[in-house]
Write a protein that binds this ligand. Structure first.
Ligand SMILES: Nc1ncnc2c1ncn2[C@@H]1O[C@H](COP(=O)(O)OP(=O)(O)OP(=O)(O)O)[C@@H](O)[C@H]1O
Ligand SMILES: [Mg+2]
Length: 308
């Protein structure tokens, strides 16, 4: 294993023509971390990952991946990373064995080594079906676990998983995250993107991206604390929310965020005084409870929200 952090990214940018898809992104990832990328569609998560896998060469900035840069066109990086792509994982019309042989062939792995790794990885993911099982016949969660095994055949130090649980049933998503923890317990570093907030909660640290820029970085608790330095309340109007009250609340000084959550509303304030002033006119039928912000609240405020 190479020394130093898993990733050292400085001012990383890429342009497609005039369009800047990733804009001056900087961060460091230590060995053994579960590091998440969060952001709306088109934020630049996949493009960042593809650069860090050596598949796209940045327009400017630098990145050391396991200590390796882009001087060789990404060749060295490709050897030490595993990549489970967002769009393609395994061929449905091939068997499990054929898919893994194909992955081993792409990596030019020696057949005996590939077979040994296959056995180890089947143990890791708990796969015990016959090798001649057609991939199309597997449940979505099992297919994704196998895709992870295929991405790890060459025993990479750093594993990039781009929306590995997208479209997978909740129970299988939980299983996949248990697997991610097992992978980091082996000393590997995992970089993962997700649109599921419950999954983001399980990352050690999260990088939040918006229109190509990294807008926040930290543990789930750090992100919550920095996005919401003051109190957050949940308002329940016990029926439909009175439009006039909400309209005034929207304009209240010191309001950081106001967002609907089912029949209730979350309102966050700069501090306690701003909260008390803004809620003085709360209708009598309404109730108001202090709550802790969730990552979803953070996402709404930083990624989707209006700047306040
Ligand atoms: N090869 C390309 N040429 C031109 N534009 C591109 C190319 N690849 C990506 N883009 C654009 O770059 C932006 C970032 O795309 P990217 O796929 O990295 O986003 P993402 O955060 O992964 O989104 P999603 O959550 O939908 O997967 C988008 O506007 C996309 O259309
Ligand atoms: Mg993507």
């Amino acid at each position: 294993m190479t020394a130093g952090p898993a990733l050292e990214v400085k001012g990383l940018s890429i342009k497609f023509g005039e369009f800047t898809a990733v804009d001056e992104v900087s961060f460091t990832v230590e060995r053994g971390e579960i590091f998440g990328f969060l952001g709306a569609n088109g934020a630049g998560k996949t493009t960042t990952i593809r650069m860090l896998c050596g598949l796209l060469i940045p327009s400017s900035g630098s990145a050391l991946v396991g200590g390796l840069g882009f001087a060789d066109g990404g060749k060295g990086i490709k050897k030490i990373v595993g990549y489970m792509s967002q769009k393609f994982t395994l061929y449905n019309d091939l068997t499990v064995g054929e898919n893994l042989d194909f992955a081993a062939g792409l990596r030019k792995l020696e057949p005996r080594y590939a077979a040994k790794r296959r056995r180890e990885l089947f143990g890791l993911i708990g796969f015990d079906r016959p090798l001649n099982t057609l991939v199309a016949s597997l449940p979505g969660g099992v297919k994704q676990e196998l895709a992870l095994a295929a991405a790890m055949l060459h025993d990479p130090e750093i594993v990039f998983l781009d929306e590995p649980t997208s479209g997978v049933a909740p129970a299988s998503r939980a299983r996949f995250w248990a697997l991610i923890r097992k992978v980091t317990a082996l000393g590997k570093t995992v970089i993962v993107t997700t649109h599921y907030m419950d999954e983001a909660e399980q990352c050690g640290r999260i990088a939040l991206m918006r229109t190509g820029r990294l807008i926040a970085l930290g543990s789930p608790d750090e992100l919550k604390a920095s996005a919401f330095p003051g109190p957050m309340t949940e308002l329940d109007f016990n029926g439909s929310a009175p439009a006039a009250f909400l309209e005034n609340l929207e304009k209240a000084p010191g309001l950081l965020e106001l967002s609907p959550h089912g029949m209730r509303w979350h309102a966050a304030f700069k501090d306690k005084a701003a909260m008390e002033a803004a809620l003085a006119a709360l209708p009598a039928a309404a109730s108001c409870t202090l709550i802790k912000p969730s990552l979803e609240d953070v996402f709404i405020r930083l990624v989707e929200g209006v700047e306040r």
